[in-house]
Write a protein that binds this ligand. Structure first.
Ligand code: UGA
Length: 435
């Protein structure tokens, strides 16, 4: 089948490359000419493991191409995916749908009869209705269907998540559109990934409910971690102990500095707005958003407290700035609030990150970027590990300690065992454990 992706950002590019790998003919479209010409030269706009090789293989095989021309690209397509951004609207937290609606307006004039328009962007409930209305207004006699098909890709593991999904959700009541979606995803359900058909509105809500639930799990264990510190319990044991209950499950129960990224903060906020607009408060999610916001700065204070409460003029080395490993994404990263708290308290902050330093330097101009973990630690009074990159899991702790002026190691991801850090001479502080 011929497929067009409108928007060649994270979701559009990964999904487009994976669909091409299934054997479909895919064109990824974007308005950004620079991005399209870089993609044509196999230069990826994002860091995602395996993506450059996947793109190259499929471009070489003639199944994947890039274009800035919507009109041209959508000709002859069985399905067109809208995968443009839906950022938080400044001021009110609602999802900004202007890119989605602009795409719908453009498609209204361009698509062939019998086309399925699929919203892959994360969109509030009712957006599919509006996309349908926009297209129908311009082309009242056109036969088309608007389907919701949310993505559940994690940055850093997106290709694996796409090819081995827990489920594929398709929201549409139109039978012929469901058949088109079955044909597109056929290679996956042959692998026994369940294809769940729902109404369009249910599908739109599933995306938000899933992200809000995961954000709740993380926030819950983070609060348990705080309690563990007070009670002399160990959050890793608590997490394991509850996670072995099948009804709870072990995933997304790692305590840390709070969730960040381009999805959970934005989507939880948008869900709150939808709930408020419909006068049906979702109080659990409200509490999650608030607790997570407070937690990020609290993690900065945790580092300050580990240094005795006054860090004026002290050097602090941070390891990891991105919101999680295997990405260069700095959006809503906990490191941003942590750095601000440390700088406000008068500390001098040096940092290292394997992929995120270029992005981080734009957001955190007062941080000195170091070329290795050890140089971030050089003469530092404390080192704080913020993102659990593999490169930080096997540090030579004795060497790290020797480079420093002080002996404090704050491990906000619990990747070291207290005994091993203490054996290397550290005054070791982690999350929810009694070090
Ligand atoms: C998330 C979801 O996991 C995807 O299913 C979804 O498709 C995506 O959002 C989206 O809506 O597009 P992502 O933001 O890439 O994916 O990253 P996650 O791996 O979910 O991590 C999010 C944040 O939670 C990170 O800051 C991470 O460090 C934190 N986290 C995660 C924890 O602190 N503890 C955990 O146990 C798990």
């Amino acid at each position: 089948m011929k497929i067009a992706m409108i928007g060649s950002g994270y979701v559009g590019l990964v999904s487009g490359a994976c669909f091409a790998d299934f054997g479909h003919e895919v064109v990824c479209v974007d308005k950004d000419e620079g991005k399209i010409s870089r993609l044509n030269a196999n230069i990826m706009p994002i860091y995602e493991p395996g993506l450059d090789a996947l793109v190259k293989t499929n471009v070489d095989a003639g199944r994947l191409s890039f274009s800035t021309d919507v009109m041209q690209s959508v000709k002859g397509c069985g399905a067109i995916f809208i995968a443009v951004g839906t950022p938080s609207r400044r001021g009110d937290g609602h999802a900004d749908l202007s890119y989605v609606y602009a795409a719908a307006e453009e498609l209204a004039r361009a698509i062939d009869p019998g086309t399925v328009v699929v919203t892959k962007s994360t969109v509030p409930v009712g957006t599919g209705d509006e996309v349908e209305r926009i297209i129908r207004q311009t082309s009242p006699d056109l036969e088309f269907a608007v389907v919701s098909n949310p993505e559940f890709l994690r940055e850093g593991a997106a290709i694996g998540d796409f090819k081995r999904p827990d489920r594929i959700v398709v929201g549409s009541d139109v039978e012929w559109a469901r058949d088109v979606m079955r044909a597109i995803y056929r290679p996956l359900f042959l692998n026994e990934s369940p294809l769940l058909f729902t109404s369009r509105r249910s599908s739109e809500l599933i995306k938000y409910a899933a992200n809000a639930f995961l954000a709740t799990k993380i926030t819950f264990i983070n609060e348990m971690a705080d309690l563990c510190e007070k009670l002399g319990a160990d959050v890793q044991d608590v997490s394991r102990g509850i996670g072995l209950d099948n009804r709870i499950g072990p995933k997304f129960l790692h305590a840390g500095p709070g969730y960040g990224g381009s999805c959970f903060p934005k989507d939880t906020l948008a869900l709150l707005k939808t709930a408020q607009d419909n006068e049906t408060p979702v109080r659990v999610v409200e509490a999650v958003v608030q607790a997570n916001d407070l937690r990020k700065r609290a993690m900065g204070r945790k580092i300050i407290n580990a240094l005795g409460g006054d860090v004026r003029g002290m050097k602090i080395g941070l390891l990891g700035l991105t919101f999680k490993p295997n990405t260069d994404d700095m959006r809503d990263a906990p490191s941003i609030a942590i750095v601000q708290t440390l700088l406000d308290a008068g500390a001098i902050v040096h940092a290292h990150d394997p992929e995120g330093m270029e992005e981080a330097a734009k957001i955190l101009p007062d941080v000195v970027m170091a070329d290795s973990a050890y140089s971030a630690a050089q003469d530092a009074h404390a080192v704080a590990l913020i993102t659990e990159w593999d490169a930080y899991r096997a540090l030579d702790l004795k060497k790290l300690h020797a480079a420093m002026a002080g002996d404090v190691l704050v491990d906000l991801r619990n990747i070291y065992r207290p005994e091993e850090a203490q054996a290397a001479g550290f005054n070791y502080v982690s999350v929810g454990r009694n070090d």
